[in-house]
Ligand binder design. Structure first.
Ligand code: NAP
Ligand code: F7E
Length: 341
């Protein structure tokens, strides 16, 4: 039974990857940070049999301990401060976690495994945010980087230190340059989920408006479930390399609004959207679209879920979640009224 260690197991990709690896017969170990992480119960329910280990990407001894216990064949480094907007407000923490955290994870493997990193295969969650102010379109593995946020800069360090350990120590270290990928498990701070949840709440009468920033930004949005399969495929190759993972289509935030609102029968969304300068960024990445032909040719990977299906899946999941929240609130109110009567 192969062993896999996943950092960031409590996040969107960690959960999908954990499910994929458990289904493939792996013993899965997940790194969880903090003294009493509230997501532990949810992870244990979603991933039966997962072994959770305490550790933090800002703390090398804890990473060494996790590698010693897990004895992994494969390490997937998904842990990061991943919200671009937050990365300006907490730039140093982003550098420590999203950037230097990669170096710490690689060092932990090198210290525990010694020679040639013990053959342990390493996946680094790199990002299309490294392309930033893009130098060519579509972006591919050879496109130069020009990151536009502390997050993008930290990811660029993480990418190059992964390449460097491959070249310096013969590490089987892979960098997956993934474009935006979303799902009903996406954090509510990201624009897709903010919109799918907002649209569901508006449709059910629980919210009046959604406050947004730049509606003209364009992204290449895919489904997270498809993208974790690409991560696994990368580590199964005999040689370590870098791969772009993307759908090859780009859509604006406006098109995202069109698709989400039309799914609940609203054709004109303008009365429901307010533009709020708090959600504008000091430097924006205007347009991203990836060329994943290397992943297609060498990994046999293709996205299965298209943009419309993805957005509708997210709105449907939020409609179900919001309905059950509202039912619970109603039951509580009825209970309170009954007690007073
Ligand atoms: P996510 O949902 O935000 O999950 C981030 C994970 O990192 C969480 O499990 C979080 O733990 C963990 N984490 C944060 N700080 C940590 C620390 N100091 N030590 C250990 N773990 C820490 O992100 P995601 O969407 O799943 O993305 C997974 C990875 O892919 C990230 O590295 C992200 O930057 C990268 N990426 C994502 C996309 C995308 O579109 N989703 C695209 C390209 C690259 P807590 O739950 O305890 O906070
Ligand atoms: O923003 C615009 C915003 O925060 C997308 C992370 O997973 O993908 C993600 O980073 C776009 C930007 O994702 C709002 O300005 C408008 O242009 O959903 P987002 P992101 O910044 O692209 C990359 C690949 C990663 O690696 C990251 O980890 O939408 N936008 N109005 C808004 N964005 C947010 N969050 N909120 C708004 O109100």
């Amino acid at each position: 039974m192969p062993h896999a260690l996943i950092t960031g197991i409590t996040g969107q990709d960690g959960l999908y990857l954990g499910e994929l690896l458990i289904n493939k017969g792996y013993e899965v170990f997940g790194l969880v940070r903090g003294q009493s992480n509230p997501k532990v119960a949810m992870v244990e329910k979603t991933l039966p049999g997962v072994q959770l280990l305490e550790g933090d990407l800002t703390d090398l001894p804890s990473l060494i301990g996790a590698v010693e216990i897990a004895q992994p064949d494969e390490v997937y480094n998904l842990g990061a401060i991943s919200f671009v907007g937050l990365s300006w407000r907490q730039a140093e923490l982003t550098g420590e976690t999203t950037g230097i955290g990669v170096l710490r994870m690689l060092e932990a493997i090198r210290i525990v495994a010694s020679d040639e990193m013990g053959g342990i295969r390493f996946y680094q969650a790199s990002s299309s945010e490294m392309f930033g102010k893009v130098r060519e379109t579509p972006q591919r593995e050879t496109t130069p980087f020009h990151p536009r946020s502390p997050y993008g800069v930290a990811k660029t360090f993480g990418h190059y230190i992964t390449v460097n350990y491959r070249e310096s120590y013969g590490a089987h270290a892979v960098s997956g340059i993934l474009f935006n990928h979303e799902s009903p498990r996406r954090g509510v701070e990201f624009v897709t989920r903010k919109i799918s949840r907002g649209v569901a709440r508006i449709a059910l009468g629980a919210q009046e408006k959604i406050a947004l920033g730049n509606l003209e930004a364009r992204r290449d949005w895919g489904f997270a479930g498809d993208y974790v399969d690409a991560m696994w495929r990368m580590l199964q190759r005999d040689t370590a390399d870098d791969y772009v993972v993307a759908t090859g289509e780009t859509h604006s935030v406006r098109e995202l609004l069109d698709t989400a609102f039309s799914h609940v029968g609203i054709d004109d969304w303008s009365p429901y959207i307010v533009q709020d300068p708090r959600f504008l960024r000091p430097a924006e990445v205007d347009v991203l679209v990836g060329d994943a032909s290397k992943a297609r040719d060498l990994l046999g990977w293709r996205p299965a879920v298209d943009f419309r299906t993805l957005v509708e899946m997210m709105v449907d999941a939020d409609l179900t979640a919001v309905r059950s929240d509202l039912d619970r609130e109603d039951a509580t109110l009825r209970g309170d009224a009954a007690q007073r009567a």
